[in-house]
Design a protein around this ligand. Structure first.
Ligand code: RTP
Ligand code: MG
Length: 136
């Protein structure tokens, strides 16, 4: 079923530091996803921890949060048909080593943590994550 929806995307500090925001955004635009909100933020430890609260018991939580506050991030809302799933496909698998060729993480990710991009993984997460960063 085709469903027009919004999803949250974050270009992570590794990709912002590489000056490739434009290259990443152009992939979304080429795929027909529309950027309907965007801003650059420096997250605090508390903001990054709250955002990734679902992982707070995982062994990688501290390195994830410290990475997410290591520099500015580019936070955006992507609109389009089935945007949540399609964004995840364009991003590729979490570990860049396992990501399909041509995906953002395959092309720009460095390792499991420094993997260039975040995308909401469900409708429920998308609603929570968008409202975490934007007044809509
Ligand atoms: P994201 O939430 O950032 O879009 O990534 P994801 O859904 O593909 O992966 P998730 O399981 O939600 O993990 C969130 C982020 O935590 C870091 N991570 N490191 N084994 C590890 O070292 C490990 N596992 C996950 C990654 O930065 C991942 O994107
Ligand atoms: Mg996730």
């Amino acid at each position: 079923m085709v469903c027009k929806e919004n999803t949250l995307s974050i270009i992570k500090p590794d990709a912002v530091a590489k000056n490739i925001i434009g290259s990443i955004i152009s992939r979304f635009e080429t795929a027909g996803l529309i950027i309907v909100g965007a801003k650059i933020l420096q997250l605090t430890y508390i903001q990054a921890s709250e955002f990734y609260f679902e992982h707070q018991k995982k062994y990688f939580f501290d390195s994830l949060v410290n990475f997410m506050i290591s520099g500015p991030v580019f936070v955006q809302i992507l609109e389009g048909n089935n945007s949540i799933q399609r964004n995840r496909e364009i991003m590729g698998a979490t570990d860049p080593a396992n990501a399909l060729a041509g995906t953002i993480r395959s092309d720009y990710g460095y390792n499991y943590t420094k993997n260039a991009i975040h995308g909401s993984d469900s409708k429920k997460s998308a609603i929570r994550e968008i409202s975490y960063f934007f007044d809509t």
